[in-house]
Design a protein around this ligand. Structure first.
Ligand code: AQP
Length: 334
């Protein structure tokens, strides 16, 4: 028996990172047996900042290939790209009229991404959380697996569902629960343990890309920033040591153990030995995924057909839900 319906997505806004993998994609794979899962490549979100069209097509296929190579089974779960299912954009417009300016003004991701040049940011970047709410609610998804950074957007999605239900006098949309789990819910930059590992970071050395080859992974880990102290004896000793905390968290996630266990395994050791072991582990876990992605990208017809099939299945779920919403709002339908 399914425990509910899951929706989640990843933006094709650059090369996927170890953060996207450990914070999101790996968890997507693990949820397939217990939930009805819908996994999206959110290309409409990606264009909230400039994307070269040819590059966007490539990266959209690459994210889908990463889903498949990581173990998402298209026979069990739906895999598709957002722009192929028009219901997302239609519901997003309705949510633009439900969400309040004040709610969106509080979103920290907009502030971070728009930076100092707010006046020049795309309007789409500001209303991004409304589209994200539509992505989730157009399927009445009950759970959304995400990394820690998306928690605030999920709260906004819940506010939108509740306001819509209140305004139209019906308990129509579920109040969706985030699923944030694993030892690496927020993987940090390899160059600065206080900022998130991100695909759009200008420094390639700040992240491990899913497609990096073994030598590159090993080099980036060897060069990762650390501090001069030996590795800590307890998790509490990680306080004020963000880089050690991050690398041990990555170790724990890749080994499928807790951070406590990871700290105990290397207590009092030197970073150099630990980094060598971490590099070997990262290569062992990530290289097979990169190999399979390369294989899929060599013949993208298969990826394209998975996306087209997924879009048809997603549309069949979304369309009747959107039709009900239109009736509730008072839109005439033919
Ligand atoms: N560093 C991270 N640690 C853990 N989880 C992460 N996620 C992203 N970065 C980390 C999770 O990956 C999923 C997909 O993210 P996204 O592509 O929709 O956008 P994002 O969160 O903005 O990711 P990036 O890599 O930072 O992309 P850019 O640079 O384009 O903005 C989400 O579940 C997210 O939590």
């Amino acid at each position: 028996m399914s425990k509910g319906r899951i929706f989640s997505g990843v933006q094709p806004s650059g090369r996927l990172t170890l953060g996207n993998y450990l914070g999101a994609i790996r968890n997507f794979v693990r949820l397939q047996d217990d939930y009805e899962c819908i996994y999206c490549v959110v290309d409409m979100h990606a264009i909230t900042v400039w994307q070269d069209p040819a590059e966007l097509r490539h990266t959209t296929r690459e994210v889908a290939a990463a889903y498949l190579a990581s173990g998402i089974d298209p026979a069990k779960s739906i895999i598709f790209n957002q722009s192929q299912v028009g219901a997302h954009a239609e519901l997003a417009w309705i949510f633009n009229c439900v969400a309040r300016m004040g709610w969106l003004n509080r979103m920290t991701q907009f502030k971070e991404k728009a930076g100092k040049n707010r006046e020049n940011a795309a309007v789409g970047l500001f209303v991004y959380p409304n589209l994200m709410a539509a992505d989730i609610l157009v399927y009445k998804a009950t759970h959304v697996p995400v990394g820690e950074d998306q928690k605030q957007h999920l709260e906004l999605c819940r506010d939108i569902a509740q306001k819509f239900n209140h305004d139209y006098g019906q308990e129509f949309f579920p109040v969706t629960e985030p699923l944030i789990f694993g030892a690496a819910t927020r993987v940090m930059s390899l160059r600065d343990g206080t900022s998130k590992m991100s695909k759009s970071d200008p420094s390639d050395n700040s992240r491990i890309n899913i497609t990096d080859d073994s030598d590159t992974i090993a080099r980036k880990i060897r060069k990762a920033k650390t501090d001069p102290e030996p590795l800590p004896e307890t998790v509490k000793d990680l306080e004020g040591r963000p880089e050690a905390d991050n690398l041990l968290g990555i170790w724990a996630a890749l080994s499928d153990i807790t951070k406590e266990e990871a700290v105990a395994a290397f207590a009092g050791g030197q970073f150099s030995g630990f980094k060598q072991e971490l590099a070997d582990l990262a290569v062992a876990r990530m290289a097979p995924i990169a190999d399979e992605m390369r294989h899929l990208m060599d013949a993208p017809d298969h990826v394209d057909s998975v996306l087209a099939d997924g879009a048809a299945r997603a549309d069949a779920i979304a369309r009747p839900i959107l039709d009900e919403v239109k009736d509730m709002v008072g839109f005439l339908r033919g």
